[in-house]
Design a protein around this ligand. Structure first.
Ligand SMILES: Nc1ncnc2c1ncn2[C@@H]1O[C@H](COP(=O)(O)OP(=O)(O)O)[C@@H](O)[C@H]1O
Ligand SMILES: [Mg+2]
Length: 154
């Protein structure tokens, strides 16, 4: 990912809450989700833009991943399309983007299989923030660390 960031001259900031607990999830699938969202952020952000990745615990123990970019954004009436299978939003910018339109719906489905939610907030021309939240039941926070639970079959 870093190579793509450097090539695009985008600033990338990653903030990890200091005492993140374990998250009971299928590692490969969670990685797929985060990679898809990060690649979107890079792909739809022009030179000089910014990407911010935050991971934190909410007070109730929910774990939240947030990927925010200062990219091209999505118009409100297009958000549903972006989240749908094969849905790609026509950009007014004279720029072609490669892709299948499957990244977001797949990411959403994988998150939901883990009892989580994926929300996309966007302002056209300003940027996009995707928030992925997993319930406290899937973390061992707060309290002392407990042995990592076997991933739940999804
Ligand atoms: N971070 C983002 N900023 C702006 N538009 C986005 C972003 N992420 C997704 N989109 C829009 O949603 C569409 C669907 O995204 P996705 O399902 O990942 O498919 P793909 O990346 O293959 O086009 C994209 O084609 C794009 O129009
Ligand atoms: Mg994508």
């Amino acid at each position: 990912m870093l190579q793509r960031v450097q090539k695009s001259v985008i600033t990338l900031d990653i903030n990890l809450y200091e005492e993140l607990s374990y998250l009971s999830a299928d590692e490969r699938k969670l990685e797929q989700v985060l990679l898809d969202l990060a690649v979107n952020a890079i792909k739809f952000t022009n030179q000089g833009g910014k990407i911010l990745i935050d991971v934190w615990h909410d007070l109730n123990g929910d774990i939240t991943f947030q990927i925010a970019d200062s990219g091209i954004g999505i118009a409100p009436e297009q958000v549903a399309t972006a989240l749908s299978m094969f849905g790609q939003v026509e950009s007014t910018l004279a720029q072609k983007y490669e892709g299948t339109g499957l990244g977001l719906p797949l990411a959403k489905a994988l998150v939901e299989q883990h009892d989580g939610t994926l929300k996309l907030q966007s302002t056209f021309g300003v940027g996009t923030t995707v928030t992925v939240r997993f319930p406290a039941a899937r973390s061992d926070y707060p309290g002392t660390p407990i042995p990592f639970k076997k991933p739940v079959a999804v």
